[in-house]
Design a protein around this ligand. Structure first.
Ligand SMILES: [Zn+2]
Ligand SMILES: [Zn+2]
Length: 424
């Protein structure tokens, strides 16, 4: 039997990968403008890192992690998200108070064993950015500003930023109590998962996708009615900054996100009309997590963009590159062609040779299939005359170029530059 990809996993073939590269490059560029530095982290971590950070009672930790025991008996997990690893790194390398470690990002694959469906894969990619050390809502505004700037630069249409505050430990305590009281009455309407969770972690009921649970929550108390004055001021200030920046947002008091570590600000970027999996980015503040994982108390806020969901929403406006093709006939022409190819490539030009070295007709055919903009033809006659032929593949117009690269290269580069061949 032929071996195929694992269920929920997939290959990204070259045409699509070109778009991925464009989106990643754009994200990197915008993150550069805001002063974020890139880091690269392991994909495999100790299981306890995720159990302690994401929370034992979350869907991710209870059901979705790729966890296994390695040969030395350690429980290891393929990372289901990047924030926990970022925090582990921050603590491990003691990056407290270092300006260059205050804003970090990473791009890479995450793994969750969810039910595969449209737009959802078990290996999925995220752009993940985190800010460490800032309590002021200005940091929250900047984090949302980064996401908004990336989406605008990618010309993503019709996205909505949903915003909520989950309060701090103080105000959440009162809210939790009110919510538990409310859910006690609705106990019989809840699914078994929610019945189990409402006592230990009632906020998780908001994550439940089951219709009856959603219905049961219709008149539930809202966290935003329980915010303490500090959290309320933080939330109000953030909203005033976003309005000032002209970033539109929708307040969504049901937005709790599926992780335990969030405090105060949480947000999601939704694109209505792309199906059930419509959140392309999300994030929030997690002021207690670093301390909970054994570090020095350090406030933090971050976001993740889901590449699989974002990329279909990015319009296909990537300028298509076209190569120059070298049609080479005869042993001498091949040698000279290699020097031409070297010089053109060092000049930043995508240069193609047909390594089968067939007839002129078959080489030109290959050039057409590669959508070459120009073909430089070198044969025995051209070497004898000292003149190669440069053929414009669209107009079929041909001109003579000195066959020696020392004399001909600049002329060709000038023509290619004018036609924007092989360059962005
Ligand atoms: Zn509070
Ligand atoms: Zn439920």
């Amino acid at each position: 039997m032929r071996i195929q990809t694992i269920r929920g996993f997939r290959d990204i073939l070259s045409e699509e990968a070109g778009k991925w590269r464009y989106v990643e490059d754009t994200a990197r560029e915008v993150l550069d403008w805001f002063g974020f530095k890139e880091v690269r982290l392991p994909i495999l971590e100790k299981t306890s890192l995720f159990a302690r950070s994401i929370g034992e009672n979350t869907d991710i930790v209870e059901k979705e992690m790729y966890t296994f025991t390695d040969k030395s008996g350690d429980s290891l997990t393929l990372r289901p998200e990047a924030t926990a690893s970022m925090v582990r790194m921050f603590i491990q390398h003691s990056l407290y108070g270092q300006p260059k470690a205050a804003k970090l990002f990473t791009i890479g694959p995450m793994f969750r064993r969810e039910r595969p469906q449209k737009g959802r894969y078990r290996q999925f990619w995220q752009v993940d950015a985190e800010m460490f050390g800032f309590t002021h809502p200005l940091a929250d505004a900047e984090i949302i500003n980064v996401v908004d700037t990336i989406l605008k630069k990618l010309v993503v249409p019709d996205y909505e930023i949903h915003l909520n505050s989950l309060g701090c430990q103080n105000c959440r305590k009162a809210f939790k109590k009110a919510l538990q009281l409310y859910l006690e009455d609705k106990y019989n309407e809840l699914c078994p998962d929610c019945q189990r969770r409402y006592k230990s972690n009632p906020l998780r009921v908001f994550d439940c996708k089951i219709a009856t649970c959603k219905e049961a929550l219709k008149d539930a108390p809202l966290i935003t009615d329980y915010l303490c004055s500090e959290c309320q001021t933080h939330f109000d200030t953030l909203q005033s900054y976003l309005s000032h920046l002209g970033i539109a947002f929708t307040l969504n008091p049901y937005l709790v996100r599926g992780l335990d570590y969030y405090t105060k600000t949480t947000f999601e970027v939704i694109i209505p009309g792309i199906g059930a999996q419509n959140a392309v980015a999300g994030g929030g503040r997690y002021d207690n997590l670093i301390k909970e994982l054994g570090g020095k108390s350090t406030p933090a806020i971050g976001f993740a963009i889901g590449m699989e969901r974002l990329i279909p929403c990015v319009p296909d406006s990537i300028p298509q590159k076209r190569p120059i093709f070298l049609a080479l006939l005869g042993a001498e022409a091949v040698k000279l062609g290699l020097i031409w190819a070297k010089a053109l490539r060092e000049g930043g030009i995508w240069t193609e040779i047909d390594y089968r070295l067939g007839s002129l007709k078959s080489q030109l055919n290959r050039a057409n299939r590669l959508q070459a903009a120009f073909t430089l033809i070198i044969g025995e006659d051209e070497i004898k005359n000292g003149k190669a032929i440069l053929r414009n593949m669209d107009t079929k117009e041909q001109i003579n170029i000195p066959v020696a690269p020392e004399q001909g290269l600049n002329i060709v580069l000038k023509i290619l530059g004018r036609e924007k061949v092989g360059r962005d």
